[in-house]
Every structure is written in structure tokens, then in C-alpha cells.
Ligand binder design. Structure first.
Ligand SMILES: Nc1nc2c(ncn2[C@@H]2O[C@H](COP(=O)(O)OP(=O)(O)OP(=O)(O)O)[C@@H](O)[C@H]2O)c(=O)[nH]1
Ligand SMILES: [Mg+2]
Length: 213
């Protein structure tokens, strides 16, 4: 394999195949093949399904919604990643959005239990991709989800999405705001756009690495 001077492979990750596997109203580990897993979390309408579609290179793999908060299930996809000669299969898990006021209280109350049931002791889960809208300050709900992840020892890759919606010169301030609210270093928060595909390659490369051998 050709190498760059820093020893990193020159090859970039791409997606050879992506397909829907199953929709689970409750997490049932036994029904899935044990593949490395990545979940996508964020409030309703933040762009989880769009990011997942963008990564997979498919327009409508995950349903993007005009009715936020409708999906209250774990939607599981399988993707086949390739870097050079290497291939990795992984599960992408589209989590239900949270924090949408029009969702009935009973359904909202169910969110934490459902997601905690999914996170708890899930040895396949490599990391969560946590989405923030680059235009807005993180909400109380976002902070609670960060806490939920930490309690279950799940690492998070923070992504500031919809980056196409603000000017480049506004970015540092918005990223700083997200960093301050979440107490994360600004440098780890990546800008992303499902519209321009900015940030896609880097994220795919990182997920490939996180799949392991
Ligand atoms: N301009 C722009 N619009 C985006 C981007 N990502 C998502 N959107 C739009 O934001 C809306 C919500 O996107 P979804 O991907 O359905 O959001 P979600 O987080 O999956 O929503 P729920 O599943 O309801 O929680 C849609 O109208 C998308 O087209 C982006 O990067 N740029
Ligand atoms: Mg969605």
C-alpha cells in the first residue's frame, strides 16, 4: 500500500453498499449480527437521517422527515466500507430525535428508557455521532444526552451540522458556543453539511478506523 510521509494510508474510505436491515421499537441485541456499530443522535430535525444518507451516499436510505419526532424506533442499516484493499461491514443506527414539543409526553418520556436500553452494555457500539445545529446553542436535552452517553461509557463524535446555512466567518463563534455549552474542546467539533457533503470524507475515514480489524 502506498503511504504518505506520516505513515497514513493515502486511500480514502468509500461506501460500496448500504441497506436497511430492521426497525426495532426496543433494542434486541440478539437479533443482529455482531458488527461494529455507530449511532446517530441529536434533537428532532437536526439532520441525523440526512447525515446518515450523505455518509452512505444514498439519497433516501434513511427517511428524512417533515414531521419531526415521528420515528420512535431504532432504525438499523448495514454499510460496507472500503479503504484500498480493506473492507469493513458496520451497522449505522438512526436514533429517534428528541426534544420536539409536539411529540406526546408519553412518547417523549419513553425516549430515555429506550435509548438507555440500547446503550447499556452494548459491546458492539463503537461511538455515537452527536449532532448539533451549527446555528443554535445546545439545549438542556443535548446536555442530558451527553451525560447519558458518558454514564454508559459511550464516546461521542460531536458534529455541527447544516454548516451550509451560515457564513464561514460565523463558524468559529458558533463552534465556540457549542464547545462552551458542552464543555468540549472546540477543536473536536466538526462542521458538516449534508447539502455540500463537507466533512463527509473525514467522518467516513474516522468510522473506518473505529471499526478496527
Ligand atoms: N441546508 C441543510 N439542510 C439540512 C441539512 N441536514 C438536514 N437538513 C434538512 O433538515 C431537515 C431535517 O433533516 P432530517 O435528516 O430529517 O433530520 P432528523 O434529525 O433525522 O429528524 P428526526 O428523524 O425527525 O429526528 C430536512 O428538511 C433536511 O433536508 C444540511 O446539512 N443542510
Ligand atoms: Mg430522522
Amino acid at each position: 500500500m502506498s503511504q504518505e510521509s506520516n505513515g497514513n494510508p493515502v486511500e480514502k474510505t468509500d461506501v460500496l453498499d448500504a441497506k436497511f436491515v430492521i426497525e426495532m421499537p426496543r433494542w434486541r441485541a440478539g437479533e443482529l449480527e455482531a458488527l461494529p456499530q455507530f449511532c446517530f443522535a441529536g434533537r428532532s430535525n437536526v439532520g441525523k437521517s440526512s447525515l446518515l444518507n450523505c455518509l452512505a451516499g444514498r439519497k433516501a436510505l434513511a427517511r428524512t422527515s417533515s414531521t419531526p419526532g415521528r420515528t420512535q424506533a431504532l432504525i438499523i442499516f448495514e454499510v460496507l466500507l472500503r479503504r484500498g484493499e480493506q473492507r469493513r461491514r458496520a451497522h449505522f443506527v438512526d436514533l429517534p430525535g428528541y426534544g420536539y414539543a409536539k411529540v406526546p409526553k408519553s412518547v417523549r418520556a419513553n425516549w430515555g428508557g429506550m435509548v438507555e436500553g440500547y446503550l447499556k452494555g452494548n459491546g458492539s457500539l463503537r461511538t455515537a455521532i452527536l449532532l448539533f445545529d451549527i446555528r443554535h446553542s445546545p439545549t438542556e436535552n443535548d446536555l442530558e444526552v451527553l451525560d447519558l452517553l458518558a454514564r454508559n461509557r459511550v464516546s461521542a463524535i460531536p458534529v455541527a451540522t447544516k454548516a451550509d446555512k451560515i457564513g464561514r466567518n460565523q463558524r468559529p463563534r458558533q463552534i465556540k458556543e457549542i464547545a462552551a455549552r458542552t464543555q468540549m474542546p472546540p477543536a473536536i467539533i466538526r462542521a458538516f453539511s449534508a447539502q455540500t457533503r463537507e466533512g463527509r470524507q473525514e467522518l467516513l475515514d474516522d468510522l473506518f478506523e473505529l471499526c478496527g480489524e
